[in-house]
Design a protein around this ligand. Structure first.
Ligand code: F6R
Length: 607
């Protein structure tokens, strides 16, 4: 959702903050703002639109003296994305400023109470309540630290907040509850941010903050407290191995393209230490000592949900573990029937998705063991799950998820092999073949991606006038059809629907006409004859077909796109980047904002 950074150090703060916001812009980008204290005066500068609009405004202001401050990129939840509603927000006396990510659920009630005490509000946001509440706390408690603790105790909902005040120049406070916030500790400078890339050029030493913690930083020190009791909390500094390069575009036009091209490495990194090519051994030490579940419930959203659907096929085939896969926002609001020997697998790139996190908490309350399959180290799901398997894909910046899904598929394949072997239901031959084929994927993808991109660009131009697309697939290609449609719609804004090919005749076939193309996943597997029959149904209605297939497969279509073959269900690995590249090239050709599509945010920390 929103991106937050707070800084206190020896450098001019505003450029550091803007640079940090740029690396957080994937989290929200409908307005941005900064706050800093100069000559004991609080200054706030905000602008609607993308970060560059804020930068233009800052060019006319002298910001060089401030060495501490904070910034925010917004993804609106309350009120229009205009300048008034942009963060930071302040109290009536303009002494306290707050940036916030999350939703304050009791803000109307708080507003009413504060209004009765003479506070007036100028925005439509829930956030504006917070600086007013802290100002009220200051009157009662006497100092900012205690006022903050007092105010936080009254907030209901989810928040990560950063606070600066003219009362304490050089000091920045932060607090979190159900929204991400991490601290970076440098030499003579410290940071608080929603995500690590914000401060990666300055430090890789990170302190992960827990829900209910309050942090105070200045240039030379930091301290974490329990927000409720204000007692100090002992924290450990963790050194993370990501580098700045991984969080930058590295010569690619967009992060999305860079991340698609990183997939060969992503597969290799996810397999590293988990499979041994020579002995065909498969290890997942993260799950050592954990009983193999009788049934597995996969809970996830969006692309991660599609990865789960694909994983179900492998887990049921290789490990013979029955699997249900459910959208987290549905799962959390029903009473799922979960048995004593079941387990839950929460799949989430960010590890912060509110619905997935809620599903995890629901299951933990019922005593069901939860495994987190996450990319972001130290994220909420990673920390709250009983076990965590990291996908090790590195930072994913593009809002449209690409390499994360590739890494999730890899990890799910390893999990299926691991459990299959542990249960004694996986033949040694299948395991050896699967391991060898998994290990060959990085080279296969590396060799295939450049030509795939060229073909994707050609086809995107050819189909750029389509207003709608139908994506069809069967078996392990059905989740891919869903994912292809999701990618296309989210970044090119072309309507697209993913369907199980066999289900088409039960309704969607009514849509077929010459202007409504079908993107068919027609890989050369045992279900191909069935898919071909479905395509004939489309052709009989004069529907145009673009078929993703393999050289030599018997597929007739208006446009055939041959991709390399891969063994069995691993054929998903070359198909996935083809779908991603088609969506990417389409969006780029249509001039859309590929990395930051409208109305979306990378990390959906509200339900
Ligand atoms: C699509 C996309 C989203 C996410 C979804 C879940 O490209 O990025 O659909 O997959 O919001 O996010 P995570 O995996 O972070 O829980």
């Amino acid at each position: 959702m929103c991106g937050i950074i707070g800084y206190s150090g020896h450098r001019p703060a505003v450029p550091v903050i803007i640079e940090g916001l740029r690396r957080l812009e994937y989290r929200g980008y409908d307005s941005a703002g900064v706050a800093f204290v100069q000559n004991r005066e609080l200054s706030i500068i905000r602008a609607p639109g993308k970060l560059r609009e804020l930068e233009k405004k800052l060019e006319c202001v002298n910001v060089s003296i401030a060495t501490s401050g904070m910034g925010h990129t917004r993804w609106a939840t309350h009120g229009l994305p205009n300048e008034t509603n942009a963060h930071p927000h302040r109290d009536g006396d303009q002494r306290i400023a707050v940036v916030h990510n999350g939703i304050i659920e009791n803000y109307l009630e708080l507003r009413e109470r504060l209004g009765a005490k003479g506070h007036t509000f100028v925005t439509q946001t829930d956030t504006e309540t917070i600086p007013h509440l802290i100002a009220e706390g200051l009157k009662e408690q006497g100092d900012l630290f205690h006022a903050l603790g007092w105010a936080l105790a009254q907030l209901e909902g989810a928040y990560a907040v950063v606070v600066v005040s003219a009362e304490e120049p050089g000091v920045v406070y932060g607090a979190r509850k159900s929204s991400p916030l991490v601290m970076g500790t440098g030499t003579g400078e410290n940071f608080i941010a929603s995500d690590i890339p914000a401060f990666l050029p300055y430090t890789r030493d990170v302190v992960f903050l827990e829900d209910g913690e309050l942090v105070r930083i200045d240039a030379n020190s930091w301290q974490v407290f329990d927000a409720a009791t204000l007692a100090p909390v002992k924290k450990t500094v963790q050194h993370i191995s990501w580098d700045v390069q991984a969080a930058q575009k590295g010569g690619f036009k967009h992060f999305m393209l860079k991340e698609i091209f990183e997939q060969p490495r992503v597969v290799a990194d996810c397999l590293a230490g988990r499979v041994d090519r020579c002995s065909s051994a498969v290890r997942l030490p993260e799950l050592d000592g954990m009983a193999i579940p009788e049934r597995l419930h996969i809970v996830a959203c969006g692309t991660s949900f599609h990865a789960g659907l694909w994983g179900k096929l492998l887990l049921e085939t290789w490990a013979q573990v029955p699997v249900s896969v459910e959208i987290a926002s549905e799962f959390r609001y029903r009473s799922p029937l979960v048995g004593g020997r079941d387990a839950v697998l929460a799949i989430s790139q960010s590890g912060e998705t509110a619905d997935t996190l809620a599903g995890l908490r629901l299951m933990k309350e019922r005593g069901v063991p939860v495994i987190g399959l996450c990319n972001v180290v130290g994220s909420s799901i990673a920390r709250e799950a009983d076990r965590v398997v990291y996908t090790q894909a590195g930072p994913e910046i593009s809002v449209a998820s690409t390499k994360a899904m590739c890494s999730q598929l890899t990890a799910l394949a390893v999990l299926a092999l691991h459990w299959g072997e542990a249960r004694g239901v996986l033949g040694a031959e299948t395991r050896a073949r699967a391991v060898a084929e998994l290990c060959s994927l990085p080279d296969l993808l590396d060799g295939a991606l450049p030509a795939m991109r060229e073909r994707a660009a050609e086809l995107a131009r050819e189909y750029s006038e389509a207003a709608s697309f139908l994506y069809l697939g069967r078996g392990h290609c059905y989740p891919l059809a869903l994912e292809g449609a999701l990618k296309l719609k989210e970044i090119s804004y072309i309507h697209a629907e993913g369907y199980a090919a066999g289900e088409m005749k039960h309704g969607p076939i009514a849509l077929i006409d010459p202007r409504f193309p079908t993107f068919a996943l027609a890989l050369d597997d045992e279900l191909l004859p069935k898919v071909v029959s479905n395509l004939q149904e489309v052709q009989a209605r004069h529907g145009r077909i673009l078929a993703l297939t393999n050289e030599g497969a018997r597929v007739t279509a208006d446009d055939v796109w041959n991709i390399p073959r891969a063994w069995g269900p691993l054929a998903a690995f070359p198909a996935l980047p083809a779908l991603q590249l088609f969506a990417y090239e389409m969006a780029d050709y249509l001039g859309k904002d590929v990395d930051q599509p409208r109305n979306l945010a990378k990390s959906v920390t509200v339900e």
